[in-house]
Design a protein around this ligand. Structure first.
Ligand SMILES: *Cc1c(COP(=O)(O)O)cnc(C)c1O
Length: 465
């Protein structure tokens, strides 16, 4: 496939199909692409739910033995097979040696997070010492904002997307209120242009240029959770820095999905959860990043014993020796059971790298886009036929793996029919579906099956009406 890598993904798909002597719509192309996929073995590292085990399945409609089409990795990643053995290792240790487990074995509990933090740092393009694993995402966002958001009379605003994830929106509102400021005047939202769904980088940059002198912190997502838009992190960061703002990112939908180079981009701070593309299980251990340039200058506002340097942490003299950078932000001893599940997942990522994953991802999502456009574009001759508009940007540089679809029909009934047939994806009423083919464990054939099942689901809803 490599000789074709200079072509656009769609040209490449059509070219491959013609070489195979089939159409790009044929199952043969999906099977060929899977066969050629060097990452295919990684699917075996995960438990893929069987259709018969899903609570939504209508057994009369499906082949029991089939694996489900799981396109929900943007919400909750699948279970890596090594999670259970790793949990067992720590549970056995606990059973056999109790408190001695803190400093013994493969993952000494007192250093549990530190055993896997380098694996994490590589995935976000951070240097050692710039990343910590702790708490949940929203907690980390608050801890970082407490240190980076120091409003003054003239510079008191926080800039974010108009439709940020609710937790981020509330976190920002409450941070502003914590300083006794007014949300109306201190929270600055960037809206898409009229009639558009996603934000243009030039518009974000021009708001920063216009308002930058009054902006203390710019907080964007890396990949927008709803539209799937990948923001231009280096450009936003640079624009913010030109105006003297701190620039931070919530990478919940970006980590494990797109390539990140937080250190080289000079991003000031970032945080993320690990249960979406990082497959660590619901409520998994979250990540936080502070750039090395702030290592000595930016200090935690709230301190716990785990922020005290390891060397003298346990001498309990109550004279704080604060660890530099993000390590000083850690409050509590790490939850070893959460470390285990994240460890298992990060090891799968490190059987490859983000560059390779992203290469597959771009083709996989382009394939999904190609089939959706072919079968579900608005039909001028038959405008009543159900169709879907893709609201995610069409340039692969502007998106991760997810496509967000807006249907011409109410989605709830269609979604139910999909679920009955073993498709797991995310629905937003009235008409939205978010579809995330994840390169780590999804196949081209998953995409092919999804399109076929979507056809069945739409047909069954239309006939029922
Ligand atoms: C998933 C997600 C969250 C969830 O926050 P938790 O603290 O992990 O519950 C917050 N923000 C964004 C942008 C998300 O995508």
């Amino acid at each position: 496939m490599d000789t074709l890598s200079h072509m656009s993904p769609v040209t490449r798909l059509e070219h491959l199909a013609s070489e195979l002597g089939c159409s790009a719509l044929d199952e043969d192309l999906a099977l060929y692409l899977d066969n050629e996929d060097e990452l295919k073995p990684l699917r075996q590292c995960f438990h893929i739910p069987r259709i018969k085990d899903l609570p939504t399945t209508d057994q009369s409609l499906v082949n029991e033995e089939e694996e489900c089409v799981y396109f929900c990795g943007n919400s909750l990643g699948l279970l890596p097979k090594m999670v259970k053995p790793y949990l067992d290792e720590e549970l056995d240790k606990w059973a056999k040696m109790g408190v001695h487990g803190h400093f013994m074995g493969k993952r000494p509990w007192a250093l549990g997070d530190e055993c896997i933090v380098d694996l994490m740092a590589k995935l976000v393009g951070a240097e050692a010492g710039e990343v910590a694993l702790m708490n949940g995402l929203t907690v980390n966002l608050h801890l970082l904002m407490l240190s980076f958001y120091k409003p003054t009379k003239t510079r008191h605003k926080i800039l974010l997307e108009a439709k940020a994830f609710p937790s981020d929106h509330y976190a920002v509102e409450s941070q502003i209120q914590l300083h006794g400021l007014d949300v109306e005047t201190s929270m600055l939202l960037v809206h898409p242009r009229k009639g558009e769904e996603t934000l243009r980088t030039e518009d974000i940059v021009s708001v920063i240029e216009r308002e930058g002198d009054s902006i203390a912190v710019i907080l964007f997502s890396g990949v927008q959770y709803y539209t799937g838009q990948l923001f231009d992190i280096p450009k936003i960061t640079e624009a913010g820095h030109r105006k003297g703002c701190y620039v931070g990112f919530d990478l919940a939908h970006a980590v494990g999905n797109v390539e990140l180079y937080l250190h080289d981009w000079g991003v000031d701070f970032a945080c993320w959860c690990s249960y979406k593309y990082l497959n660590s299980g619901a409520g998994g251990l979250a990540g936080a990043f502070i750039h090395e340039k702030h290592g000595r200058s930016v200090k935690p506002s709230l301190v716990g014993w785990w922020g005290h340097e390891f060397k003298s942490r346990f001498s309990m003299e109550n004279k704080l020796q604060l660890s530099p950078g993000i390590d000083g932000f850690r409050l509590s001893n790490p939850p070893i059971l959460l470390v285990c599940s994240l460890h298992a997942s990060l090891e799968v990522f490190h059987q490859t790298d983000m560059k390779t994953l992203r290469k597959k991802s771009i083709l996989l999502t382009a394939y999904l886009e190609y089939l959706i456009k072919h079968y579900y574009s608005e039909n001028v001759a038959d405008p009543k036929k159900p169709h879907a508009k893709i609201i995610t940007p069409s340039r692969c540089e502007d998106r991760g793996c997810q496509l967000s679809l807006a249907f011409s029909v109410p989605i709830k009934a269609v979604y139910k029919e999909l679920a009955k047939r073993g498709v797991a994806c995310d629905m937003r009423e009235p008409n939205g579906l978010r579809i995330a083919p994840v390169p780590l464990y999804n196949s081209f054939h998953d995409v092919f099956r999804f399109i076929r099942i979507l056809g069945e689901a739409l047909a069954s809803v239309v006939t029922e009406e």
